[in-house]
Design a protein around this ligand. Structure first.
Ligand code: UDP
Ligand code: MG
Length: 327
């Protein structure tokens, strides 16, 4: 029976993507045909509604065909968590994660699947954004972020790699066991290890709507990356404290020396003000940073689930039951 064919799960989160629904469903149909023809795989589509307030779910339900389900979360949990909700439903031999706004193309998806099918030594193939269009300042910032975050660990978080990737079922299951509540997927994918391969791509332009990432969001997300995966900021705090203390000691010695041996009256007010303002500012900033880490600890220590499912809308049943041999 055809049901014994290996299954490719496609996990795609969406938030208010009604405009892209039919085009994305079309892309999935084409992908399904190609995957079936080239690799003899069937496809199961797992879309995750991350708390959409428009009629995305209705549109997707109408447009999707074949074997599909839409996991509706009880509210907006953020893309990172929505991806986890999709992975939790996945039972396939391979899992492709992609955006539903048509920025992730079928060509690159097929290329990644081909790489994975052809080389049994690889477990994950991810698309690495070559950021041709990004501004210099932004790419320098990104570089700084990654070099800082990667400088203190045994695994590297690759630059410009996102959720757009194909992995073997075993990897998807491994990722789903990581139940971080404040999720930084890039870091989790890297932490999980396995043999990963990058292929370059540049994302398509958004078909409609706008990116849900504001600059402020990006900053907050970077902070999440740090607090989940790096101890470097805390070490920098200790270092800057040490340097400030050293500088204070040297300055104090100088003052002491001048008063005792030369009788110079030290003009105290400006230096005092500088010291107070500088150290005060530094203290508050660094306290805030420590607060971030405390906040992460607090949210992880609460025993809440990572997300809540409202219900699941299903098309056809999955093509295969769990537990079949992997590719
Ligand atoms: N998305 C989501 N939840 C969110 C924000 C975004 O599920 O809170 C989905 C969105 O619908 C899209 C994908 O995640 O399919 C990527 O989002 P977006 O296009 O805003 O990000 P960008 O492509 O700019 O990185
Ligand atoms: Mg997008």
């Amino acid at each position: 029976m055809a049901e014994s064919r290996p299954v490719l799960d496609v996990v795609a989160p969406f938030l208010n993507e009604a405009q892209s629904a039919s085009a994305f469903a079309g892309l999935l149909d084409k992908l399904e045909a190609a995957v079936s023809q080239r690799f003899g795989m069937s496809m199961h589509k797992i879309l995750v509604d991350d708390g959409s307030s428009d009629d995305s779910v209705a549109r997707f339900s109408q447009a999707l065909s074949g074997s599909w389900e839409i996991v509706r979360l009880s509210r907006n949990f953020g893309k990172e968590v929505a991806v986890l909700a999709g992975l939790d439903q996945s039972r396939g031999d391979m899992v492709l994660i992609m955006d539903s706004d048509l920025q992730h193309s079928m060509d690159i998806s097929l290329k990644m699947i081909t790489e994975l099918v052809d080389d049994p030594e690889i477990d994950v193939v991810y698309a690495q954004n070559d950021r041709r269009e990004a501004s210099w300042r932004r790419s320098q910032l990104a570089r700084l972020f990654y070099s800082l975050i990667n400088s203190s660990q045994r695994f590297d978080i690759p630059e410009n790699a996102g959720d757009f990737r194909v992995m073997r079922g075993s990897v998807a299951r491994a990722i789903a066991t990581l139940r971080d509540k404040r999720r930084f997927n890039k870091g989790l994918f890297a932490w999980a290890g396995f043999r990963q391969k990058a292929i370059p791509y540049s994302p398509e332009n958004r078909a409609s709507g706008t990116s849900k990432w504001s600059r402020l969001n990006l900053i907050a997300f970077s902070l999440e990356g740090f607090t989940s995966f790096s101890v470097i900021p805390l070490r920098l705090i200790s270092l800057s404290g040490l340097l400030a203390a050293l500088a204070g000691a040297v300055y104090g010695a100088k003052v002491f020396f001048e008063v005792i041996f030369y009788g110079i009256a030290v003009p105290g007010y400006p230096s005092l003000l500088v010291a107070v303002v500088l150290l005060g500012g530094l203290n508050l900033t660094l306290l805030g940073l420590i607060g971030e880490y405390v906040w992460v600890t607090l949210s992880e220590s609460k025993d809440r689930p990572v997300y809540i499912v409202r219900d699941v809308v299903r098309g056809e049943a999955p093509a295969k039951l769990p537990g079949a041999p992997g590719i």
